[in-house]
Design a protein around this ligand. Sequence first.
Ligand code: SF4
Length: 399
Amino acid sequence: MDTKLEQKPLGLYIHIPFCHTKCTYCDFNTYTGLENLIDDFTESICNEIEFWSITDKYRINSIFIGGGTPSYIDVENLEKIINKINSNFKISKEIEITMEINPEDVTDKKALLWKNIGINRCSVGIQSLNDDELKIINRRHTANKAINSINILKKYFKNVSIDLIYGLPKQNLKSYVDTLEKIIKINPTHISAYSLQVEKGTYLNEQVFKNEVVVATDDISAEMYKKTQNILKKNNYKNYEISNWSKNGLLSEHNMKYWKLEPYIGIGPGAHSYLEKKRFSVIKSPKKYIQSIKKIKKNKIINIEEKIRFLKKNTFFEIYEEHNSKNEKLEFLMLSLRLEQGIDIKDFKQRFSQDFDELYLNKLKHYFKNNILEKNNGFYKLTKKGKLFANEVANNFVD
Ligand code: SF4
């Protein structure tokens, strides 16, 4: 029997939890001052990859090296990780390999090295192209450095994505539009624009609490989102997910897995996985992670379910939950709503053996009347205006 025909696509996320400095708004699992751990950490990541080693059921078609700041660590470490993946998984020929990059780390020499180890998509954290805004959130780079970095990366990579944040301290509608217009001139293939979230435990939260900085109100943020929609649409970017725009169909294959509820394995401290209808995340502390890997590295378990059970038993996970059809349905609906195509009614029926209209149409009537939801060729999707009400609409799916 040809097993290749049966291999399902799988994503791999690799978490690199090191940053040179901490941005004020950041609540990701990332640390400064732990550079002495980088070599041990790389070995641990390689050991975890070896533990997962799957060559029959799945074929990797996307790898996302995120963090933290993967571009901050030496390319030799990144190369070891990619080589380890290649020798422990079946890899699709059209694989997308994305790496998150801080503009401050970009040089011609490094860009070429990243390309040579197999990276074929860059995701660059620009956030803003206004120096005052960058400074107040403690970004390492200036606007000029960010622009130069993108121009360098474009020489080596066809697919360059940039991240923006709107609603920043010191930002107003005019300065945000100015950033967007400068971005349009650089012409990246993909743009992610997220509204600033003031998360508990961040320095920004403390600053806001003490009235040291002011962030945009919900109304201003909504205006900024509308500007993003209009300006990017005018410049041929397709808003394929609420916060993501792409040109020439170059959407993020890896992130599409999250939004379409497809399987992926997260490797590294704090990384999340969705596999065999289970969600789990690895312990967050890099030091504990390195210690824990020592316990699991010699185990050669073949069966995927057994691997998961083994890790759970050895307290390798911080979060673990088994998906039942109720929470799978809720996630499917919430995530589908974020996509431009919307909720696929046929797919819903196939997955859950239930009729979407019978379950929800009554509850949603008022959104159709108010031009927030629309039906289009077997899909229910948010209208342009409706994208501002995604969370409110999604709440109707909670029983
Ligand atoms: S560079 Fe990214 S991961 Fe690192 S502190 Fe800033 S926002 Fe967080």
